[in-house]
Design a protein around this ligand. Structure first.
Ligand code: ATP
Length: 510
């Protein structure tokens, strides 16, 4: 069994070889942490976005969508706090000249301690067999408790230093923990500095008169500044939500791990506006709704967990992440934040305009509180791809298959004439024509049928429909299932309903 790093490398190579993800401007040797989606990647990405949109907007009467511009008035970012506080602490290793995020170095260190806990649990589970009570073990075993205490102490000190902007103490902490640069192996660190993650650009034709603008680092602000426009025009009553998908840009200090951390990426966000005092109840509601959405994809409930933020952002009174078990460990996939009335209040002050809601039920005007759900589309793409990638042994051979949830698969069915003769291609094209309006389908006649099946497996196509001699006699085809590889003979007029049943979004939506 290959280790996780090997699997991740294979997923990245597969994504390129089969037209899912390419490095941006690859002919010029690429651009750091910027990626392009190829023919299958763009289909998969669209399908994920659609699933999110349907479940958030179409399935909730009190949520509507918008599509705000990437450019916004520069004061937006002053009001949101991004100009002053959207920073990451960076540190360089003087020997390797490599740059790191200080918080990530510390998190990686605590992850190593967490691994030790996992090892203790595994060892104990083996020793105690069926009578093993994992929860009790974690809460009572002295060694595990010691590790947990260590992690808490490290995180508490780090949070305090961040809160007090005490960058010197973060450096001391890194030194005291004995954290070394993974490249040079030394502890020869520079001081820690703050680095603002927003990209700057200019609008206007003359250098003097040009306005400094930022590329938005999150989509949320387009929703906040449109809060009243949407509430009034769509006649929304609190509680209600506004959803949006779109590009965001962050000048990430360290951008590794493929599309996990990009400098240009896409977010799918929903801001839910509620009565002050009711935000925690809605925060719990959205935590529950969002984890169910993830579970609906059938990628194993054990691969998700909540992580509560100890170090709350300046705008939040409760926050957590939904983490997914990527090939490189549990990492943030989605954030759920109770943002209070911070953003609306701040825009109200900076713009000098009221952003209030008159609540007819209590006869009062107020600035609503906000609970947001924010997920990276590219990160979601990576969870699907890395979970779907499987190498199976079949008759002494290796079958490479992407077990993508059928509803999200880039191609739903491939129509394959067994040979290029005897009118089979014409018949296959007739079938394709019948299906392609409702499902993304492919026609392929090159190579042996076995090779064509394998190519479809490698891009995750749930169905292969083969036209053979019998088809010409009785209008039946064989349908091969991607996951079981079983083939069945079915009448052509049943194809539409067979595919539809499997890929219908309704099977997944709850
Ligand atoms: P991280 O701690 O990983 O930097 P964050 O807490 O800054 O993420 P948020 O600001 O909460 O992230 O953004 C919401 C979501 O947007 C994240 O959960 C993630 O899925 C996605 N996201 C954030 N930054 C990136 C990035 N650089 N590349 C891809 N997706 C990202």
């Amino acid at each position: 069994m290959a280790n996780y790093e090997d699997i991740f490398k294979k997923v990245v190579a597969h994504a390129k070889e089969y037209g899912f993800v390419f490095q941006s401007s690859e002919v010029y040797d690429g651009l750091g942490a910027v990626y392009d989606y190829g023919p299958y990647g763009s289909e998969l990405k669209n399908n994920i976005r659609t699933y999110w949109w349907k479940s958030m907007v179409n399935m909730n009467e009190n949520i509507v969508g918008i599509d705000a511009a990437i450019f916004m008035h520069p004061t937006t970012w002053k009001a949101s706090g991004h100009v002053d506080a959207f920073n990451d602490p960076l540190i360089d290793n003087k020997d390797s000249k490599k740059r790191y995020r200080a918080d990530v170095l510390i998190e990686d260190h605590t992850a190593k301690i967490e691994n030790k806990i996992e090892k203790e649990v595994k060892k104990a589970a083996k020793r105690f067999g069926n009578s093993f009570n994992q929860e009790q073990f974690i809460n009572t075993n002295p060694r595990v408790l010691g590790y947990k205490e260590k992690i808490s102490a490290i995180m508490a000190r780090f949070s305090k230093a961040m809160e007090n902007d005490d960058l010197a103490d973060i450096k001391t902490q890194i030194e005291e923990l004995g954290i070394v640069c993974p490249v040079s192996g030394t502890k020869n660190w520079t001081n820690v500095r703050q680095f603002n993650l927003m990209f700057k650009t200019q609008m206007g034709s003359t250098a003097d008169g040009a306005n400094d603008l930022y590329l938005r680092p999150e989509t949320a602000q387009g929703i906040f500044v449109n809060f009243l426009n949407v509430q009034k025009t769509a006649r929304m009553k609190i509680p209600f939500g506004i959803a949006q998908t779109g590009k965001a840009f962050r000048n990430e200090i360290v951008a590794r791990q493929f599309i996990f951390r990009m400098r240009e990426f896409e977010q799918m966000e929903m801001q839910f506006f509620v009565r002050p005092g009711e935000e925690i109840q809605w925060y719990e509601h959205w935590k529950d709704a969002r984890i169910k959405w993830h579970h609906s994809l059938g990628m194993g409930e054990e691969n998700y967990r909540f992580h509560d933020h100890e170090n709350l952002a300046h705008y939040a009174n409760a926050a957590c992440d939904i983490e997914f078990k990527f090939p490189f460990g549990f990492k943030e996939l989605e954030g759920i934040h109770s943002r209070t009335d911070f953003d609306l209040k701040s825009h109200q002050e900076h713009a000098g305009r009221k952003l209030q809601y008159f609540d007819p039920e209590i006869n009062e005007s107020y600035v609503p509180y906000v609970v947001e759900t924010s997920i990276g589309l590219d990160r979601m793409f990576l969870t699907i791809l890395s979970h779907a990638y499987n190498e199976e042994k079949v008759n002494g051979d290796t079958r490479l298959v992407l077990n993508i949830p059928a509803m999200l698969a880039p191609v739903k069915a491939a129509v394959l004439p067994l040979t290029k003769k005897d009118n089979m291609p014409e018949k296959a094209r007739e079938i394709l024509k019948e299906l392609q309006c409702d499902f993304n389908c492919q026609y392929e006649e090159k190579d042996s049928i076995g090779k064509r099946y394998r190519r479809q497996d490698a891009i995750g196509t749930p169905f292969c429909i083969t036209v053979d001699h019998q088809t010409l006699e009785d209008n039946t085809v064989t349908v091969r299932d991607r996951d079981t590889m079983e083939q069945s003979r079915v009448s052509i007029d049943k194809l539409h309903s067979i595919i539809s049943k499997k890929v219908d979004i309704k099977n997944y939506l709850q």
